[in-house]
Design a protein around this ligand. Structure first.
Ligand SMILES: Cc1cc2nc3c(=O)[nH]c(=O)nc-3n(C[C@H](O)[C@H](O)[C@H](O)COP(=O)(O)OP(=O)(O)OC[C@H]3O[C@@H](n4cnc5c(N)ncnc54)[C@H](O)[C@@H]3O)c2cc1C
Length: 495
């Protein structure tokens, strides 16, 4: 029998991983990527000796990376040189108080008890819950496929409704552990990675702060793009073919089958199956014939977006830690204005990353590389958001926040700036609404309720990536790649 051929649309993390699994199983796999290089949102660019990770900056959930590299027949530690980032984050609150989140329990005890008497005990109890949520969540929800309702609605899964606290709001749940609002925000801000406000996210997500402290936040030598390079090496070893600057215009369908793809340069390519890694709602809307599912997906809840500033600066800011988070007192209003009003909050929480603290080669000697990330609403669809104005306000907020930690002259030392707004995210990666994390992870968009990795009508059209199960983040993209490839292998065997 001649080998089956698969066309993959997009060389994001999910696309590369799925392609590699399929090629390792003997299929002929061609990945078509509209950009000039692989990685999708896990992107990188360099200018004047400064290197910028344009998307992810945190390697979290290392155990999942280990498992996924092993599933690809490799080893995380052989492919990448990792260093643990500890303290993980330096948190700075509006009143000037600071908290360095660290695995050093003595330091945590001292810091947390100074915030509130008994703070450390509350933290230990919270970590205990996070540990339970992490292990159960990974085993029962993240690391497995839900091909049909009966995979999810089982008697065995029933206890999850209590064990994982899916119906309890994350922020509300924090009152069981802390009184001080600063501590409540210190251990819930990670929900924004899921595109959610802690006021609506399920308490299940205590797994995030748990894994960050228990398993660590890590940094690969050379930056996060080294992960893409490592995965590309495995893909090439497996025999995957990549075509860059190859933009797919539409998926050619006929009856209940996808026949192949049509590229913007006019070429038609055919295959036994098509696997779309481009953002799922975009695929339905722009690459497939219009149907009610496209409308339904567009109306789902999307995660927020961010405005990112990439600065090459002519002096080093040695005192700026690698990951600094400025958390606003008006925490609830922050989320309201991002998620409900699709706007920039009046006093936004924001994040500053200084990669040269972790790997000096990220900036020229005697200079620095600084990234400022400000969460904002996604594109509204009505075009009334003035992104130039919002971007300029966001920039001033970063400078203002940095002044509170003694960095008063960054603006004067900027050699060049590159910035991305939600419009850039949409244009670069075809992310619907410029939403950086795709469909958000509320209860009705999780596990079985998240879009499946296969089209319901076109029987050989599959999906992979952040808007599919299990969701956003690099480890999830790798898992979704493996799950989609397993399904394709199972189903294509009998084709
Ligand atoms: C600002 C930001 C910060 C983040 N921080 C972190 C972090 O710290 N840690 C973490 O784990 N995760 C983080 N994430 C999330 C993580 O980057 C994503 O979840 C993950 O990279 C998504 O991978 P994916 O498989 O969905 O592919 P995508 O990255 O969406 O890639 C899809 C690819 O398809 C291509 N494509 C689209 N349309 C077409 C077409 N018509 N033809 C051909 N190709 C097409 C795109 O160009 C793209 O390369 C962050 C994301 C962003 C944006």
């Amino acid at each position: 029998m001649s080998p089956k051929s698969v066309i993959v649309i997009g060389a994001g993390i999910g696309g590369i991983v799925a392609a590699t699994h399929l090629a390792r199983r003997g299929m002929n796999v061609t990945v078509l990527e509209k950009n000039s290089h692989a990685g999708g949102r896990c992107d990188r660019f360099s200018s004047d000796g400064h290197h910028f990770d344009a998307g992810p900056t945190l390697l979290v959930m290392p155990l999942l990376y280990e498992a996924e590299f092993a599933a690809l027949g490799s080893s995380l530690n052989e492919m990448l040189t990792l260093q643990r980032v500890d303290p993980t984050y330096h948190l700075v609150f509006d009143d000037g108080s600071q908290l360095a989140l660290t695995s050093d329990m003595k330091s945590m005890q001292k810091q947390l008890d100074a915030f509130e008497p008994g703070g450390f005990q509350g933290f230990l109890r919270y970590m205990d819950e996070g540990q339970r949520h992490y292990h159960l969540g990974m085993q029962k929800l993240v690391n497995r496929d839900f091909r049909r309702a009966s995979d999810f609605f089982t008697l065995r899964n029933l206890p999850l409704a209590f064990q994982l606290k899916p119906f309890t709001k994350h922020y509300g749940n924090m009152s069981a552990y802390f009184d001080d609002p600063r501590l409540k925000s210190a251990f819930t801000f990670q929900d924004v990675y899921m595109g959610l406000s802690p006021f609506e996210a399920p308490a299940t997500f205590s797994m995030m702060p748990y894994t960050e402290l228990a398993h660590g936040v890590w940094y690969p030598k050379g930056g996060m793009y080294s992960i893409v390079e490592a995965l590309m090496e495995l893909a090439q070893r497996a025999g995957v073919t990549f075509e860059f600057e190859a933009s797919v215009e539409r998926i050619a369908v006929n009856g209940s089958k996808a026949r192949g793809v049509v590229l913007t340069d006019g070429r038609h390519l055919t295959g036994n199956a098509v696997l779309a890694n481009a953002d799922l709602p975009y695929v339905y809307k722009d690459l497939l014939p219009n149907d009610s599912e496209a409308k339904r997906l567009e109306q789902k809840r999307f995660s927020c977006s961010v405005i990112s500033f990439f600065w090459g600066v002519d002096k080093p800011y040695e005192k700026l830690p690698p990951h600094t988070l400025f958390l606003a007192d008006d925490y609830r209003d922050n989320f309201k204005s991002i998620i409900r009003d699709l706007d920039l909050p009046a006093n936004p929480s924001l994040y500053v990353h200084a990669p040269a603290r972790l790997d000096p080669s990220m900036a020229p000697k005697g200079q620095d590389t600084v990234i400022g990330i400000v969460p904002v609403g996604h594109l509204s669809g009505h075009g009334e958001q003035d992104w130039a104005k919002i971007r300029d306000e966001a920039r001033q907020h970063v400078f203002r926040r940095l002044r509170t930690v003694g960095i008063t002259d960054l603006e004067e030392h900027i050699k060049f700036e590159v910035n991305y707004t939600p419009l850039s995210w949409r244009k670069r990666y075809n992310l619907m609404k410029g939403s950086t994390h795709g469909l958000c992870h509320n209860l009705m968009q999780l596990a079985y309720f998240r879009p499946r990795n296969k089209h319901s009508r076109y029987q050989n059209l599959y999906f992979v990536g952040a808007s599919t199960h299990p969701g956003t983040g690099l480890p999830s993209a790798m898992i979704s790649g493996r799950l989609a490839a397993e399904r394709m292998r199972d189903e294509m065997m009998y084709d």
